[in-house]
Design a protein around this ligand. Structure first.
Ligand SMILES: [Zn+2]
Length: 177
């Protein structure tokens, strides 16, 4: 199976700055449609999210799980299901090997799933997502949702593609399979 590794905040759900209340979860524009199209095209979907709010003491790990569950619930209504959700709970000064663009979460996915990185995509709204893709020899797509429009100038020479949202990303992936 081929896989797509997706950022959470600003890519799948609206970036609300250290969101930790499941009632605040809102899907980004065209996120459900885009994810469904990726899944229908034969890709397994995996979430890779930096959650430094945990390491900074802003919220607890269980709060993040509640947000993830709400996100999964909203997407299940559209027939979308994640194979796994990986998170980095560390603050930047903890110098871990899993905070994107460090490859820890990608390595975890490789260990758990039978994947060839060259068949995989990393999609997110930040330079660190694009850099994760490059570092792991996968393809990378920046979406303009969340912080993506602001990050675009930094990513334009690095990302394989820049899409308005996840549906645009799905259309690119389907064309380039
Ligand atoms: Zn980490």
């Amino acid at each position: 199976m081929k896989y797509i590794l997706l950022d959470r905040d600003g890519t799948i759900i609206e970036d609300k700055h250290y969101l930790h209340d499941p009632d605040g979860v809102e899907l980004c524009l065209n996120a459900a449609e885009g994810l469904k199209a990726m899944q229908d095209a034969g890709y397994g979907l995996i979430v890779v999210t930096n959650q430094s709010g945990i390491g900074r003491g802003y919220y607890a790990e269980k709060d993040m799980h509640a947000v993830n569950e709400r996100m999964s619930e909203l997407l299940a209504e559209h027939g979308v299901e994640f194979k796994a959700v990986y998170f980095c709970p560390h603050a930047p000064d903890q110098e871990c090997d899993c905070r994107k663009p460090a490859p820890g979460m990608f390595d975890q996915a490789i260990a758990e799933f039978d994947m060839d990185p060259e068949d995989c995509y990393v999609i997110g709204d930040k330079l660190c997502d694009v850099e994760l893709g490059i570092l792991c020899k996968a393809k990378s797509i920046l979406v303009r949702t969340g912080k993506g429009a602001k990050e675009e100038s930094k990513c334009v020479d690095k990302a394989d593609y820049i899409a308005d949202d996840l549906l645009g990303a799905a259309n690119f992936i389907k064309k380039n399979k």
